[in-house]
Write a protein that binds this ligand. Structure first.
Ligand SMILES: Nc1ncnc2c1ncn2[C@@H]1O[C@H](COP(=O)(O)OP(=O)(O)OP(=O)(O)O)[C@@H](O)[C@H]1O
Ligand SMILES: [Mg+2]
Length: 621
């Protein structure tokens, strides 16, 4: 059942599964329940409407660009080290001792952005060659910390090459994917360019010939002869077959652009590699491959922001926890961090009780208690639907677009059912979800749905396509699209605010523009919007991307108590194991080889098979 590397279907132009499609125009964030009784398509827009729409789009584009600039401007952050303010445009690296120092040491640092303190007296030690996981709640400064290290606004020794793979990447390079990865190593790329230039000037003067010999020598030392094969292997591990490695990078959509950036960083092997949520856009096979690669082959010192327990357990020597504006280091992987954290908490609570008692006796103010941040998600109980039977059914359904095909799909979803969907890249997982949701219509067979059914479809692409210039409240209220069919869903600002708060979005962020929110904050806005639609079935495509641990737990709890149907595509083993813990009502569907089949086994068994395959393939290389 488990696919081999060779059998991974290449990302094709037309396969829009996992959003590989070349023209990656984001759809408007669609959180409204899918109206399965959709009326005839609206008449073509009038000229005036087209003009207004264009104007609106331009405004949106400008707002998004402004937000992005602000985000990437090192001078929007005020950094102090040991109480000393770093001047505008300055780097802290000059302070970082001599060239052969390899450890990064940050002591007593404060960081402010837009008048808000993200770090206060924070210290961090990154020892050369070790692998660190950086964890902490959404919106508290993990991405900011990586950026500051990358910009050297925090002291990073001069001799260290630093590479950052960002949480959201939109770099559209027209060169073939393999070329983009090879060019990621700039020094190597410069040498190659010089070699090409010298070779081209065939009327080679003696001096040219001597230099050419030197360049060949350097290229050999840097392993240029094996570089293309190495780059190709990394790309294959991340899901690009030979054909897609030759395609222009700009023809891929967001998630794949991020994979290319990740491949470039792994190929380059910098001294210090900073990865921000690297598993977000990966499928299960690529996540497992990355775990293996980082632990067995990558020589860089690593700092990785992630919320994926299994991944962190596999790769980390230490976990750095961002809590109360400080950084706390714990030895071991994620599980040992949880154990140590619980011990520390129990000790601190005991101590604060003792101090509170003493304070009561002496009449002084009691010290602050330990406070853990928690969130609670909630999906309203679905309304009764007449008719019984499955809520959704694909019968002998097929879908063809360009060279992409899914066929003979027989699948149904009932109230209370839990389905996990797995399968290789580009096999059709997202297409399957869209067929279930009614966003795509089968080209053969049929899709049947209860006529009163409301579907909540959630995916990373909704987050990416949220209207950057609107506030979360304005967005949450926007149920207008479906008001004709579901008038009771019209929500007032306070209702939207209550839902956003329930989904853990702090009230300060309710009225700010979405463009200024962090990845996890955007994910909460999109999830809250799905919940506002009061769906009977939840179709969740990689819902844990960007969510912190507390949110993932809250999502698992909310899905536990949700009485409707749930179909989930996820590489997060912990979440899937929780959602599908009741064997009676759970199923695992494998999308592979152009169809969908039930898997006879658990998610954990499927994962273990996959890992065995990857290890064998890596050992054979
Ligand atoms: N340039 C900026 N301008 C305005 N606000 C900013 C800027 N950079 C960061 N912030 C704010 O700082 C906070 C921390 O942002 P950051 O992206 O570092 O969080 P994070 O811990 O990485 O969150 P997530 O887990 O959701 O990715 C957020 O509230 C964000 O809105
Ligand atoms: Mg972040």
């Amino acid at each position: 059942m488990v696919h081999k590397l060779g059998s991974i279907s290449p990302p094709s132009d037309d396969d829009d599964d996992d959003e590989l499609a070349g023209a990656a125009t984001p759809r408007a964030a669609s959180f409204a329940p899918v109206d399965v009784n959709a009326a005839a398509p609206p008449p073509p827009p009038q000229r005036k409407e087209v003009k207004t729409k264009k104007k609106e789009e331009r405004r949106k584009h400008e707002a998004a660009a402004a937000a992005a600039n602000l985000w990437d401007d090192p001078d929007s952050y005020v950094v102090t080290i040991g109480g000393r303010v770093l001047g505008r445009g300055a780097a802290a690296t000059a302070d970082a001792a001599t060239d052969n120092v390899r450890d990064v040491v940050v002591e007593d640092s404060d960081v402010w952005v837009q008048g808000v303190a993200l770090f206060e007296g924070a210290s961090l030690r990154v020892a050369h060659g070790r692998r660190y996981g950086l964890v902490g709640p959404n919106g508290k400064g993990k991405t900011t910390l990586l950026k500051l290290l990358h910009w050297r606004k925090l002291p990073v020794p001069r001799g260290i090459r630093v590479t950052l793979v960002v949480q959201e990447d939109d770099n559209r390079d027209p060169r073939p994917v393999i070329e983009v990865v090879l060019a990621a190593d700039e020094e190597l790329a410069t040498l190659r360019a010089e070699r090409d230039q010298l070779e081209a000037s065939s009327a080679a003067a003696a001096a040219n010939g001597a230099r050419l010999a030197e360049v060949y020598e350097e290229l050999t030392q840097r392993g240029w002869d094996t570089a293309p094969a190495r780059a190709a292997k990394i790309l294959a591990g991340l899901g690009f077959d030979q054909a897609s490695q030759a395609r222009p990078a700009s023809s891929f959509s967001g998630g794949w652009i991020k994979r290319i950036a990740l491949a470039g960083a792994l190929f380059m092997q910098p001294t210090l590699l900073l990865l921000d949520e690297p598993t977000n856009h990966l499928d299960l096979r690529a996540v497992l491959w990355l775990e293996e690669y980082l632990t067995a082959q990558c020589k860089s010192t690593l700092v990785v922001v992630s919320h994926e327990e299994g991944f962190l357990n596999a790769i980390c020597d230490e976990v750095v926890h961002l809590q109360d504006k400080k950084l706390h280091a714990y030895r071991g992987g994620f599980d040992s961090f949880v154990g140590s954290y619980e011990q520390k908490k129990a000790k601190a609570m005991k101590e604060s009780e003792r101090l509170a008692k003493a304070a009561r006796k002496s009449g002084r103010r009691a010290p602050k208690k330990w406070h853990d941040y928690t969130v609670e998600f909630h999906f309203a109980a679905p309304t009764e639907l007449a008719g019984g039977g499955p809520l959704l059914r694909l019968a002998e359904a097929g879908f063809t677009r360009g060279g992409f095909q899914l066929s003979a799909i027989d699948a149904d979803v009932s109230m209370g059912q839990r389905v996990a969907v797995v399968g290789p890249n580009g096999a059709g997982k997202s297409t399957l979800l869209k067929l279930l949701a009614g966003e795509l219509t089968p080209t053969s067979g049929e899709a049947r749905r209860n006529p009163k059914l409301r579907i909540g479809l959630y995916s990373q692409h909704f987050c990416d396509a949220l209207p950057e210039e609107k506030s979360p409240v304005q967005h949450g209220q926007c149920h207008r699209e479906c008001l004709d069919t579901h008038p009771h869903l019209k929500s007032k600002p306070w209702e939207a605010r209550a839902k956003l708060a329930r989904f853990g979005l702090a009230k300060e962020s309710h009225l700010t523009t979405i463009g200024k929110l962090s990845g996890g904050q955007k994910a909460r806005v999109a999830l809250a919007s799905v919940a506002l639609g009061e769906p009977h079935v939840l179709l969740l495509d990689e819902p844990t991307n960007n969510l912190d641990m507390q949110n993932i737990d809250a999502l698992a709890d909310a899905l536990d108590e949700f009485a409707g149907g749930v179909v989930i595509v996820s590489h997060d083993s912990r979440l899937v194991s929780r959602v599908c813990d009741d064997e009676e009502r759970s199923a695992l569907w494998v999308v592979q080889d152009g169809t969908v089949r039930p898997y006879d086994g658990t998610f954990a068994e499927y994962r273990d098979d996959l890992l065995d395959d990857i290890r064998k393939e890596m050992a054979a290389d």
